[in-house]
Write a protein that binds this ligand. Structure first.
Ligand SMILES: Cc1cc2nc3c(=O)[nH]c(=O)nc-3n(C[C@H](O)[C@H](O)[C@H](O)COP(=O)(O)O)c2cc1C
Length: 352
């Protein structure tokens, strides 16, 4: 049913991953392979989104999605920000970039981002970090757009369904990147995919998409056995040839082991799973980090420059708990291997 709703061949979604990994080539290759490619547009300017969407539509006529961050309410404490800038200046010094002692100007461009997506005729939009309002969902439905949103608990999934989303991503705590938690306390909303998916499936009527720790056909088979209608994979797509993930990011994933990741608020003020490193561990010892998205903006010049210099100790390297299962391959091969290995797993599953 979900394939019909999304007009795709396989119930596999490449997660929208903001920050560069989801190149137009990746999104198009995934959609051309029969799965659903997603542009992670959360951090992009409306102008950049417009450009990238036109590059995607030159490379595929298949459906694809755009993922956006819903705005959130946060407190701006100027003294806290200035204290953090002072602390972060030691990293800036080490990297040889200008020190900063000002409060950043924060502007929310969600409405403009969404307008560009609608104007471009994108038919599937996924959200994270909050719950889309009833009126927003109605407007998107009026434009013929299918709405997907992320839940990390049963309570969140029920609220998303009540507001009218078409399908829900059940994001388990194995998942790489930021947590979509918006109702529950972040530390308490850490339910593993195996436990979360069947509970959300039982609690809602709409299709559920399992996300978190799924890397191969065995993961797909497990998710479908738990009642998921589709799967969403992030980390597995970071090491395909078409991925825009940096060299540091890809090699960290390809050489990782099961215990390498940790959920942290150190880089952005919001819980996210990534590889442990020096900056993460140092910032974790500080109490009262500025909230997301402020802290994310404060650390961004450091993370960018560290990535440019190939310094993996001062950059956020998001990945899920099953990153060690990743492979270097094309997006098409990944999709085809997922489908074939899932079928093999299911046909060899026995309770004897
Ligand atoms: C590098 C990275 C960036 C991510 N960025 C986003 C994002 O912009 N929006 C979003 O909804 N989810 C994002 N996620 C989370 C994914 O949607 C998904 O929940 C997660 O990748 C699933 O777990 P896995 O990485 O083990 O496959 C990101 C994940 C990663 C690894």
């Amino acid at each position: 049913m979900i394939c019909k709703m999304l007009n795709i061949k396989y119930p596999i979604i490449q997660a929208g991953m903001a920050g560069g990994p989801t190149t137009p080539e990746l999104v198009a290759a995934v959609s051309n392979a029969g799965a659903l490619g997603t542009l992670g547009a959360g951090y992009m300017s409306p102008k950049d989104i417009r450009n990238v969407l036109s590059q995607i539509t030159k490379q595929t006529t298949a459906p694809f999605a755009v993922n956006l961050f819903l705005p959130q309410v946060y407190e701006k404490n100027e003294q806290q920000i200035l204290n953090m800038q002072k602390y972060l200046n030691s990293y800036r010094k080490q990297l040889g970039i200008p020190e900063v002692s000002s409060v950043p100007d924060m502007r929310d461009v969600f409405e403009q981002q969404l307008n560009v997506v609608k104007e471009a005729g994108v038919k599937i939009v996924s959200f994270t970090f909050n719950k889309p309002s009833v009126s927003l969902i109605e407007k998107l439905h009026d434009s013929g757009i299918t709405v997907i949103a992320t839940a990390t608990t049963v309570k969140e999934a029920k609220e998303l369904e009540l507001n009218g989303v078409d399908m829900i991503v059940a994001q388990g705590s194995e998942a790489g990147g930021h947590r979509g938690t918006f109702l529950d306390v972040e530390d308490e909303a850490l339910i593993g995919t195996m436990a979360l998916v069947p509970q959300i499936v039982d609690a809602v009527q709409c299709p559920v998409i399992a996300a978190g720790g799924i890397m191969d056909g065995r993961g797909l088979a497990a998710a479908f056995s738990l009642g998921a209608s589709a799967v969403q994979l992030g980390t597995a797509f970071l090491t395909v040839y078409e991925s825009g993930a940096s060299e540091i990011h890809q090699s960290a994933i390809l050489t990782s082991k099961d215990t390498d990741t940790k959920i942290t608020q150190a880089f952005s003020g919001k819980s996210a799973r990534g590889f442990k490193n020096e900056m993460m561990m140092n910032l974790e010892s500080i109490t009262g980090l500025p909230p997301y998205p402020i802290h994310h903006v404060l650390t961004s010049d450091i993370r960018k420059e560290a990535a440019r210099q190939g310094n993996k100790e001062m950059v956020s390297i998001w990945a899920g708990q099953a990153s060690a299962l990743s492979k270097k391959q094309s997006a098409k091969d990944l999709v085809e291997n997922l489908v074939r290995d899932c079928k093999n797993t299911i046909s060899h599953t026995s309770t004897d």
